[in-house]
Design a protein around this ligand. Sequence first.
Ligand code: PRP
Ligand code: MN
Ligand code: MG
Length: 179
Amino acid sequence: TDRAYVIDEMISAKAIAARIEALCREISKEFSDTDKLVVVGLLRGSFVFIADLVRELDLPIEVDFLEASSYGNAMESSREVRILKDLRSPIEGRDVLVVEDIVDTGHTLNHVIRLLQSRQPKRLKSIALLDKPSRREVDFRSDWIGFEIPDEFVVGYGIDFAQRNRNLPYIGKVRFVEN
Ligand code: PRP
Ligand code: MN
Ligand code: MG
């Protein structure tokens, strides 16, 4: 987009870090008996979150990535999810945690969870940093959620607006301005 916008801070880096600490205590407890947890990041939006998350997990882990078809530069979901890059390793019989930055319509994470479930993991859970329940189009809820947010256009901490602003250390809200 060429429209000018400013970014207002919505969730601070400090608040995110505190929430991740609390979530990781719960996750470490849930998987305390695991031999190894496969932590799966959904590219690209989850790359910052997964990096902070795995460093707070008190568990033996492995990291893998999966890329589902993207909104690209569009602001609307295509609703049809395809796998662009699959996991490197099989997950049958494994403990798996899927890490996502945001659940909006729910199509992406819902599709990925169904796909991975069909590979018969031992346990399969998901975590999303942000959840916009008011936008949901499929009946899906992540096992852990960092923050529930209203229907605002958010960026930062991995989340992009037309591929920009992923490197902001906090979650911001896009506000369009006249130029
Ligand atoms: C965004 C976001 C989630 C998904 C959520 O990814 O990172 O993966 O959309 O939307 P949904 O719940 O409506 O499916 P995007 O497709 O923009 O790719 P990206 O992660 O590479 O930015
Ligand atoms: Mn994404
Ligand atoms: Mg995106």
